[in-house]
Design a protein around this ligand. Structure first.
Ligand code: ZN
Length: 320
C-alpha cells in the first residue's frame, strides 16, 4: 500500500462519504445483547464510524454496533467481523475507499455477521469456524425472543472454514485463527495478528457489558473460563486485545476478567450441584464481591444456569 493510501485509511474517521445506506431494522439477539438500531432513511450516504489506530496498519472501527478490526494489507483490507446489516454501509465507508478482500467472522451473531452480504457480494472471501458457517446457513430459533432467524443468503456465508486452527498471511501480517470451545457460542474463534500483536477475541471478553453466554448455541461459563485462559496464554504484556464491545484491553485486564469468571464458575457450579436456580444464586449473594457491577445480574445468572444444566457432566455434577 502506498503511504498516501495508508494515511487516508487511518484518517478515514475524519471525513469522507461512501456508499448508500439501505438499512432494515437491526435484529436483536440474546447472545450479544445489542441494542436495536433505528431504521434510517434510504439513500442517506453512510458516514464513517469512529475509529482508533492501534498500529500503522490496524484500526478498530467502533459503533458497528460493536467493534470491527480492520487491517490494511496488500491491495485492500482484512476485516474481523462485519457489523450489523444496518451499519455495514458505515463500516464500508470507514475503509476510505479500500476494498475488503478478506472477512473473518468471530461467531455467528448478527451484529458480527450482518454485513457479510454486503462485503461478500463485493468479493470478499469470508472465513469462520465451520460451526459458524452451519449456523449462518440454517434457519435458527432464538428462545429468548421466541422467533426464528432466517439463514443468510449464500453470498453472505463463510466459504473458508476450519475446525481447530488455521493461519493466513496477508501482506506482511501473519494471522492465526483458533477455536475457543463453547465460550460464548459453539463456534467462537480468536484472530491473532501476530506481527502487529493485536488479538481480536469477539464476545469471549467483555470488559464493559455483562459477559454474554448464548447457552442455546452451546456457550457456557466453563467454556468461557477455559477460552479466556487460552487467550491469556496467547497474549503478552504488549498485546492489544480487542473485544466485540468496549475498549481495547491489556493482558492484565483480560486476566482480571478471566479470574472473575473463574470465581463465578466455582460459585455457580457448587450451587447448581445443590439444585439452586438462578434466582436462588442471586438471592444467596453469588454476584457479591466481584469488583464489578453487572447491569442485569439475573439475566446473566439465568444464562449461566441454563448452560450449567446443559453441561452438568463437565463439572462432575452430582446434582440434587
Ligand atoms: Zn455474540
Amino acid at each position: 500500500m502506498k503511504t498516501t493510501d495508508r494515511r487516508s485509511f487511518l484518517q478515514a474517521s475524519l471525513g469522507g462519504l461512501a456508499g448508500l445506506a439501505s438499512v432494515p431494522l437491526a435484529a436483536t439477539l440474546e447472545g450479544c445483547q445489542q441494542l436495536p438500531v433505528r431504521q434510517a432513511a434510504r439513500s442517506v450516504p453512510a458516514r464513517p464510524l469512529p475509529s482508533e489506530a492501534l498500529t500503522d496498519r490496524i484500526r478498530v472501527i467502533s459503533g458497528a454496533p460493536g467493534n470491527v478490526v480492520a487491517l490494511s494489507a496488500g491491495d485492500g483490507v482484512v476485516l474481523v467481523d462485519s457489523g450489523s446489516q444496518a451499519l455495514a454501509p458505515a463500516v464500508r465507508a470507514s475503509l476510505a475507499g479500500l476494498r475488503a478482500h478478506t472477512l473473518i467472522n468471530t461467531h455467528y451473531h448478527p451484529d458480527q455477521t450482518g454485513g457479510n452480504a454486503l462485503f461478500g457480494a463485493a468479493g470478499a472471501s469470508i472465513h469462520a469456524h465451520e460451526i459458524t458457517r452451519e449456523w449462518l446457513a440454517t434457519d435458527y430459533y432464538v428462545p429468548a425472543e421466541d422467533r426464528w432467524v432466517k439463514a443468510l443468503p449464500a453470498v453472505a456465508r463463510p466459504t473458508v472454514t476450519f475446525s481447530e486452527r488455521t493461519a493466513l498471511t496477508v501482506g506482511a501480517e501473519h494471522i492465526d485463527c483458533g477455536y475457543l470451545l463453547e465460550a460464548h457460542t459453539r463456534g467462537d474463534i480468536y484472530v491473532f495478528f501476530r506481527d502487529s500483536n493485536v488479538l481480536a477475541v469477539g464476545c469471549v471478553a467483555s470488559p464493559e457489558r455483562d459477559p454474554s453466554l448464548d447457552w442455546y448455541a452451546g456457550g457456557w461459563i466453563g467454556g468461557r473460563v477455559d477460552a479466556m485462559s487460552e487467550l491469556v496464554r496467547l497474549a503478552n504484556d504488549a498485546t492489544r486485545i480487542v473485544p466485540a464491545y468496549g475498549p481495547v484491553v491489556t493482558r492484565v485486564q483480560l486476566q482480571a476478567e478471566r479470574d472473575m469468571m473463574q470465581k463465578l464458575y466455582d460459585r455457580t457450579t457448587a450451587m447448581t450441584d445443590h439444585g439452586r436456580s438462578a434466582q436462588d444464586m442471586l438471592d444467596e449473594g453469588v454476584m457479591e464481591g466481584l469488583g464489578r457491577t453487572f447491569h442485569d445480574p439475573y439475566r446473566f445468572l439465568y444464562d449461566v444456569s441454563k448452560g450449567l444444566w446443559a453441561h452438568y457432566t463437565n463439572f462432575g455434577g452430582n446434582i440434587v
